[in-house]
Design a binder for this molecule. Sequence first.
Ligand SMILES: C[C@](O)(C(=O)O)[C@H](CC(=O)O)C(=O)O
Ligand SMILES: [Mg+2]
Length: 297
Amino acid sequence: MLHAPASAAAKRRGLREALAGPDLLRFPGAFNPLSARLIEEKGFEGVYISGAVLSADLGLPDIGLTTLTEVAARSGQIARMTNLPAIVDADTGFGEPMNVARTIQVLEDAGLAGAHIEDQVNPKRCGHLDGKSVVGLGDAVKRIRAAADARRDPDFLIMARTDVRALEGLPAAVDRARALVDAGADAIFPEAMADLREFEAVASAVEVPVLANMTEFGKSELFTTALLASAGVRIVIYPVTLLRLAMGEAERGLDEIVAAGTQAGVVPRMQTRARLYELLDYAAYNEFDSEIFTYRP
Ligand SMILES: C[C@](O)(C(=O)O)[C@H](CC(=O)O)C(=O)O
Ligand SMILES: [Mg+2]
C-alpha cells in the first residue's frame, strides 16, 4: 500500500546479485507507476524508465528537452511503486561532468537502482535515428568517471551508453566500451547494434554486463531473449513497447467512438475495473479504512 515495501538499497543489491547470476534480465519500459506494477506482477526482473517515453509523455520529442528535475521526479514515482530495480535513462547526464555527478546523486535519492549516461552531443536524439553526433572519447570518459565517483551507494549501477557504432563502426564502439569500463562503468549499453554478432563482439570485449535495446522501428532486429542470452547479453530493455501498445489501443478506441458513436465495441479489450483495482491493491486501502471502498459492482 502507498509504495512498494522493498528499499532502494535492497533493490540495488538485488540487481547486483542478479547480474552476478547466469540469467538474462528483462526490463520493459514503464510509462507510469501503474505499469511498473504490471511489469512486476508479470514476473520481469526489472523496470526501465525511458527518456523517449518520459519526453513523449510530456508531448515532447526525445531531444534532450527534459530536465533533471522532471526525470528524477517521474522516475522516482515509478521506482517507489515497484519492488523491482528501476534503471533510468539519464540521457547525456544533463550537462558537464559536474552536472553528471549531481544527476547521479539526485537519482540515487529518488530511489533508482541505476542509470545510463550516453556519449551523444546535445541536442541528443533517439539512438536509432540518423544524424547523431557523439563527444570525443575524453569527454565521454569524464562523464562516466564523474558518475562513478559521485554515487554514494556502491550498488547504484552506472551504465555507460555509447552511440558511436552508427557513426564510426563496430571497432570504435568496442574500443569505446572498453575505455568506459576502465572509467568506472558497471555495464555497457551499445546503442544501435546492427546484428547479433555485434552484440556478441561487445559482450566478449568487456568484463561487465552488456545491455540490448530492443526498441521497435529502430536499427536492431527484435531478437528473442534466448538469442540475446546466447550472444552474451545480460540485460534487455523494451523501452517504448508498453507506451506504443497503450497508445495504439487508445487511438483505436477513439476511432471506435467516432465511428460507432460509443466505446461499447472496444470494452472487451479494456482492462476491467476489477483488474485495475487488483493492480492498485485497493483491498489493502480498504483494510486501512473501510469507508474508502464503497463501490459495489
Ligand atoms: C532507449 C532510448 O534511449 C529511450 O529513451 O527509451 C531510445 C528508445 C527509442 O527512441 O526507441 C533510444 O534512443 O534508443
Ligand atoms: Mg533515451
